[in-house]
Design a protein around this ligand. Structure first.
Ligand code: FEO
Ligand code: CA
Ligand code: CA
Ligand code: CA
Length: 651
């Protein structure tokens, strides 16, 4: 796409905004010319409803929050959840110890008030996903992850298997300070071994049967738990994303042992569509090396158990209020690399669950339940996600879009179609996206926002409306407007309108083609890249967590890395799409799962994989965040952020 074409895309997508005049000025001057004026770090008060002073960009071993706020460590990997849990013994943990301790690499974080159904903002349950492990930072003696994966002991791998999944933690605010309630009756660890069931249309399908489970319904554990969502009936949805990293084996050999698998569809990794295959330089691209777990558990060897991987890649519904409840993998939502699962459900109407598939050139989906959400009828709502339709998004260049209902039962094999729903979506003409991550709906306008984190493999000539840049290292945020008025939109509808809300990258560098706003209005520290997790505060301001800026930002900043963190912006009014920098992570970490208490006075955020830098090891880590104790390794931790005066965050 030429510069002029790109300008046209931006003009088309943003032209309905009042900012067209300024934007057109930028474009006419050569599309964000180098050396253009920066706004002051403090913009005029009228521009944004967010009043905090911005945090500077930076990159060091500490975490940082905007002046006037405090960000305290709430819980760390290894902290005990139960009265009889052993004290954290870094490097010498046993599986039995880890299963009683907070897990590794916290990602999704959601606060659910206690008691169920209340809006209590000072006492609740924190549900936290543990996405994966960095073995070379957990155990001594390894030079990097690849080295560790090849040589880990059985005990070490079993520790890892107990360090992933989810934690449920009771938290309470006393005299303005948050702490974890020790030995809570709600405390729970869900791991790679926790018994759970497959439910919905694919449950019991022949391709979900294994040697250990001839029913095709009983699974041990959950893997790759990235982001998620919360339902209005008080459960959490945990998204199984990069589960394929736990599996090993030759796909062709595995396929020979599994005649029901479609050859060439690569179902073991959820299946690259042919479209994604041809567009990727090196398909299939796996983000992380294998875990090595196949050496101790045959179920992770696809040559020996080719159906086991079909039992992952689902949305898992967990009831945190019932610690003995069995988690349910909801097959009706389809199987792919689920980033998250966020619910839009109005009383008396069908429930909608949005979910992105986080791989290059994959799709955005929504599930619409067949039955209505009935407030107060929890037994009814607890089964809503087992029956409904799956749709995939098609974005048209004119700012309209369609939700294509996937005819998953077309060939009479509904279960197989849900297992390989990517292929159904591709055949139906869904739009291949720049790695869909989180999706959130504004509690004020009812508009929906989608992060696309990056896609360096999008080639020139392959750009389209919501994916407007080739070699996209920086990502973007898309606004989706379901039909209806602000606050009363119909999420079940088959059509929508869309806009680019913001483009990632440094707008001071022409190579970025950055900013969905007039360049001069973005503050020096206000730009971000690689949007990943999203959260709305009660006033409807959008808070964005990033993952990847230390890698991508130098491309724009002459080699100076910038930490991942949190940026916040209005999505309506004068401050629309003007981000302000609020929180910064320590070296090596990404920022995951920001969420708010109902009163907006507390934000919980997960600092994931601190010190995950080249050359960083257990013995000589890039930092020892958050303890900075020579006896302790870096520890992924949840931070709790409050305002110094106890007031609402951002106000
Ligand atoms: Fe686990 Fe797509 O981030
Ligand atoms: Ca993510
Ligand atoms: Ca979110
Ligand atoms: Ca991430």
């Amino acid at each position: 796409m030429s510069t002029q074409d790109f300008a046209q895309v931006l003009r088309t997508r943003i032209s309905r905004r009042r900012h067209i005049k300024q934007l057109a000025g930028s474009v006419a001057a050569g599309l964000f010319p180098a050396g253009a004026l920066w706004a002051d770090d403090e913009r005029p008060d009228s521009a944004s409803s967010l009043t905090f002073s911005e945090l500077p960009h930076g990159y060091d071993e500490h975490h940082h929050v905007a002046p006037g706020y405090k960000a305290d460590i709430l819980i760390r990997w290894g902290d005990a959840l139960f009265a009889d849990t052993a004290v954290f013994a870094p490097g010498r943990q046993t599986p039995d110890q880890q299963i009683g301790q907070f897990g590794y690499n916290n990602d999704f974080v959601e606060y659910l008030p206690l008691p169920l159904g209340s809006a209590n903002s000072e006492h609740g349950l924190l549900c936290v996903n543990h996405e994966y492990t960095n073995a070379h930072l957990i155990f001594p003696g390894y030079t990097d992850r690849r080295d560790a994966v090849s040589r880990l002991t059985e005990t070490q791998m079993r520790v890892e298997q107990e360090a992933v999944g989810m934690s449920v933690v009771e938290v309470k605010k006393t005299n303005g300070s948050w702490s974890v309630v020790k030995d809570s009756r709600y405390a729970r660890r869900i791991t790679a071994h926790t018994p759970m069931v497959l439910t919905g249309p694919a449950a019991g399908h022949a391709r979900l049967m294994t040697g250990a489970d001839p029913t095709g319904r009983a699974v041990l554990g959950t893997l790759g738990n990235c982001a998620g969502g919360v339902t209005p009936w008080g459960t959490v949805l945990s998204a199984e994303e990069n589960f394929q990293d736990a599996f090993w084996g030759d796909r062709d050999k595995a396929a020979k042992r599994a005649p029901l698998e479609r050859r060439g569809w690569d179902s073991f990794g959820t299946g690259l569509t042919a479209q994604a295959r041809t567009r990727q330089s090196d398909a299939p691209v796996e983000k992380y090396p294998n875990t090595g777990w196949h050496r101790i558990d045959a179920r992770f060897n696809i040559e020996k158990e080719p159906h086991e991987s079909n039992r992952f890649g689902w949305i898992v519904e967990v009831d945190p209020y019932e610690p003995q409840s069995i988690p349910k993998k909801r097959t009706a939502l389809g199987r792919f690399r689920h980033e998250a699962a966020t619910v839009a459900a109005k009383p008396g109407q069908r429930a909608v669950v949005y979910s992105g598939d986080d791989q290059e050139f994959q799709f955005v989906y929504k599930f619409v339940s067949r039955l209505n959400f009935e407030p107060g009828n929890r037994p009814h709502n607890m089964n809503l996600l087992d029956d409904g339709d799956v749709y995939a998004a098609k974005f048209n260049a004119d700012g309209t879009g369609e939700w294509i209902r996937l005819n998953v039962g077309a060939d009479g094999d509904l279960g197989a179609a849900l297992i390989d729903v990517r292929h159904v979506a591709a055949a139906a003409g869904a739009t291949p996206m720049d790695r869909p991550e989180d999706i959130e709906t504004s509690p004020v306008t009812d508009c929906t926002y989608l992060t696309l984190t990056k896609n360096s493999n999008r080639q020139a000539g392959d750009e389209d409306g919501p994916n407007p840049r080739a070699q996209n290292y920086w990502g973007q945020i898309i606004e989706i407007r379901s039909p209806g008025e602000d606050g009363q939109r119909d999420h079940t509808a088959a059509t929508f309108e869309w806009d680019v809300l913001a483009l990632g990258g440094d707008p001071n560098d022409i190579s970025d083609d950055a900013s969905g706003r007039p360049h001069a209005q973005t503050s020096r520290n206000g730009w971000f890249a690689n949007p990943d997790n999203l959260a709305f505060d009660p006033k409807g301001r959008l808070w964005v967590g990033t993952d990847g800026m230390p890698d991508s930002a130098p491309k724009a900043s002459g080699g100076v890395p910038v930490h991942d963190g949190v940026w916040a912006m209005d999505v309506a009014g004068e401050g629309r799409a003007l981000p302000r920098h609020f929180f910064g992570c320590p070296v090596g970490a990404e920022l995951s799962g920001p969420c708010f208490t109902p009163d907006g006075r507390t934000m919980f955020a997960a600092v994931q994989h601190p010190a995950d830098e080249p050359g960083s090891t257990f013995e000589t880590p890039a930092n020892r965040w958050p303890d900075f104790d020579p006896a302790l390794p870096p520890r992924p931790s949840v931070v709790v952020i409050t305002k110094g005066d106890g007031g609402e965050i951002g106000s």
